[in-house]
Each structure stands twice: as C-alpha cells, then as structure tokens.
Design a protein around this ligand. Structure first.
Ligand code: TPP
Ligand code: MG
Length: 368
C-alpha cells in the first residue's frame, strides 16, 4: 500500500477530488451530506431516478461498504451491465458475493480512500477526466424527476409532508430512527441528512419494532440531541411498551407515528401487484376506523405527552410542542392518508432500467 496522507480523506474529500457523482444507500444515508451538489440521493427500489440510473448506466462504480443487496441492484443479472466494479469492504465475505468485483479491496474505508486518493492524484498527472457529458445527463434527470408526491385525494394528511416538516423543523443535528415500511422509505427520502449516524434503521434485517428502542439508545448515548422515532402504526405496536422504560428512566424521545391505519408497505404491493385485493393489512388504528389502540391515550398511560394531528395546519405546532417538551417522552399520532404510496419504485425482480417515477410512469432515456 502507498504511504497514506497524515489526514486520510473522507468520502467527501475523495468525491471532491474526483468530481464523480455520489449516491448513499439506505444504510449510508448521512455518510455523505445530502446538500452536496455531487450527491444524487438514495439508489434502489425507492431511490431517486437520478441515483438509480447513475448506477445502472455507470462505467465505473466504487462501492464502499455496500453489499449490492437486491433492493439496490434490482434484477442482479441486469444490474449496471457496463460497469467495472471496485468493491471495498472490511469483510472479505462480502466481496464478489453478489456481483463479481473487478477490483476487490479488503480494508477499512478510511484507509482505502486515502490510498485511492493517492492513486487518483497520480493518474491526474497524465490524464484529465472529463465528466461533463455524464453530469449533463444526470443533472437533466435530477431536474426532470425530483423527489415529489401528490396530495392525497381523500383530503387526509400527506405522510411525506409530515416527515419533511419534522426534518426541517428539527434540522441535521437531530437523530432519526425509523421502523420498517413506507414511513421508513419516506424518512430516508424526505429528511435531509448531513452527518454520519444521524439516521438509524434496520435496513435489510427489516425488523419492525426497531425504531423506538433504537431512538432510546441514541438518546441515552447523546442526550443533548433531539431524537425522533419515525414509526409506523404497525411497527410501533411491536415495541411501544418501551415507553415505560423511557418515562421511568428519563429518556425523552419523540415518536412520530405515521398512522396510515395499515401495514402500508404490504398494502402498497397489494394495490399495485395484486389488483387492490387488500388482505390482512388493515390495522384499524387511523382515520375512519375504531382507532384501536388510541395512540394518544396509550401515550398518556405511559406518562408521555400524547398529541393527535389530523390536518396540515396542525403539523408545525405539534412538532414545535414536541421539540419544546423534554421532561417526558412525546408521541404524535399523525393520522395520514392510507393511499399514499412510495415513489419512485423499481418493481421487484426487474432491471433498474424500469424505475417508475410514479404509477405507470417510467422516464424515457437512451435505449442502449
Ligand atoms: C416482524 C415483521 N413482520 C412483517 C414484516 C413485513 N413488513 C414489512 S413493512 C410492513 C408494514 C409495516 O407497517 P407499518 O409499521 O404501519 O408501516 P407503514 O408501511 O404503514 O409505513 C410489514 C408487515 C417485517 N418486516 N417484520
Ligand atoms: Mg402503517
């Protein structure tokens, strides 16, 4: 290995040295600042169009600690067919497990980035890479297909709006832990992460019930930070009894239940791929239902502040009240539309080239 500089460059410094586009996988959200111009967002099944296609059409991918799981690659045999893969991982078992690495590198990302920077700088002496055309294409996609959502037609709250406002009013110094499902994807998409470890989720493990305990751990580790659990009405019912631990041990986390009265992610698949035959996904916790359990009463029973929000004009006040309340846990029951869906989407088992921006709406791009 070449001699590493005294201060090894971070992924940020390396990205700026090379000028290449950067994407952050679900697990890596926050490892690279969202606000950076070279950042295209999250790739994968619910990634941004520009991030998905930047991988799919790349000629070189440097993967740092990413494991090429099927939610990122789509149909593996058709993933990024023209790309040379540089796969960096601290665990040799990950290398070439799913996609054969052209350049396998086992090591700590920090050290490897330092070495890659030295190697890249050496190449710069004889070659000037020109990414202008690539960037023009990707910027075009970014402009044409930004993250977005349409207002629900049932007059209920848009879950994406709620999550966006939590992120905006709390800011990048907060910590956000999500459960598993639609709310998790919206939390990955609509909160802007600027620093490592500000986003906690169970990723491929898919453990419903993760959010509340993860938020508790984060709050104990960093008591001065605002810590949000962004949870689903389904997930929350797996571990909400831990509110007792929060109240008794003074762990004032804030829980935002994105209450769509259903196992929303499963319901979305039933809507899209099973002709709307909704089966066993109705949880009866939200709008127009028996509301069992009543999350506000449940919060109060555990000594937490319980707030219910049913319309857009109540969202900011509720979040501000939660931010101002630090003597006990807070639970906000955001009663949202259950018809909202997570977009963009690459349907299971197909090539990433078929990313859909919205229902039945795929972007058109080069046919190659
Ligand atoms: C223990 C467990 N059971 C089932 C699943 C499959 N699953 C993934 S997302 C989801 C729905 C979660 O519902 P909710 O917490 O309300 O989140 P939403 O999708 O509605 O935002 C289910 C059942 C899982 N990941 N873990
Ligand atoms: Mg739900």
């Amino acid at each position: 290995m070449s001699s590493a500089p005294a201060h090894p460059p971070s992924s940020l410094a390396f990205a700026e040295l090379t000028g290449t586009p950067v994407v952050t996988t679900l697990m890596a959200r926050g490892a690279f600042p969202d606000s950076h111009d070279q950042h295209l967002g999250m790739p994968g099944m619910h990634g941004t169009v520009s991030a998905v296609l930047s991988l799919q059409e790349a000629d070189l991918i440097i993967a740092l600690g990413a494991r090429f799981d099927d939610r990122v690659t789509g149909k593996v045999s058709e993933f990024a067919p023209h790309a040379t893969i540089v796969h960096v991982d601290v665990d040799p078992a990950e290398i070439s497990k799913i996609r054969t690495a052209d350049v396998p590198i086992v090591g700590d990302a920090k050290d490897v980035l330092a070495d890659l920077a030295v190697a890249f700088s050496a190449v710069l002496k004889t070659t000037t890479p020109d990414f202008t055309e690539w960037w023009t294409y990707l910027n075009g996609l970014r402009e044409e297909f930004p993250l977005g959502y349409s207002e629900p037609t049932d007059g209920l709250l848009a879950p994406q709006y709620v999550i966006k406002r939590i992120g905006e009013l709390t800011g990048p110094e907060g910590v956000y832990a999500a459960g598993v499902g639609q709310h998790q994807m919206w939390a990955a998409q609509y909160i802007k992460y600027e620093r490592p470890n500000s986003w906690l989720n169970s990723g491929g493990a898919g453990t419903m019930g993760y959010s509340v305990p993860a938020a508790m751990g984060a709050k104990v580790a960093e008591p001065d930070r605002v810590v949000w659990s962004i949870d689903g009405d389904g997930c929350f019912q797996m571990t909400n009894q831990e509110l007792a631990t929060c109240t008794i041990n003074n762990i004032p986390i804030k829980v935002a239940i994105i209450n769509n009265s259903s196992l929303g992610m499963v319901r979305q698949w039933q809507t899209l791929f099973y002709d709307g035959r909704h089966s066993f996904t109705d949880l009866n916790t939200g709008h127009g239902s028996a509301m069992v359990p009543d999350f506000v009463k449940l919060a109060e029973a555990y000594g937490a502040l319980g707030i219910r929000v049913t319309s857009a004009d109540q969202v900011d006040d509720a979040i501000k009240l939660a931010l101002a309340t630090n003597d006990r846990p807070v639970v906000i029951d955001f009663v949202v539309s259950r018809d909202a869906m997570v977009w963009p989407m690459v349907p299971q088992g197909v090539s990433n080239s078929y990313v859909q921006y919205a229902k039945d709406h795929a972007p058109t791009w080069g046919e190659e």
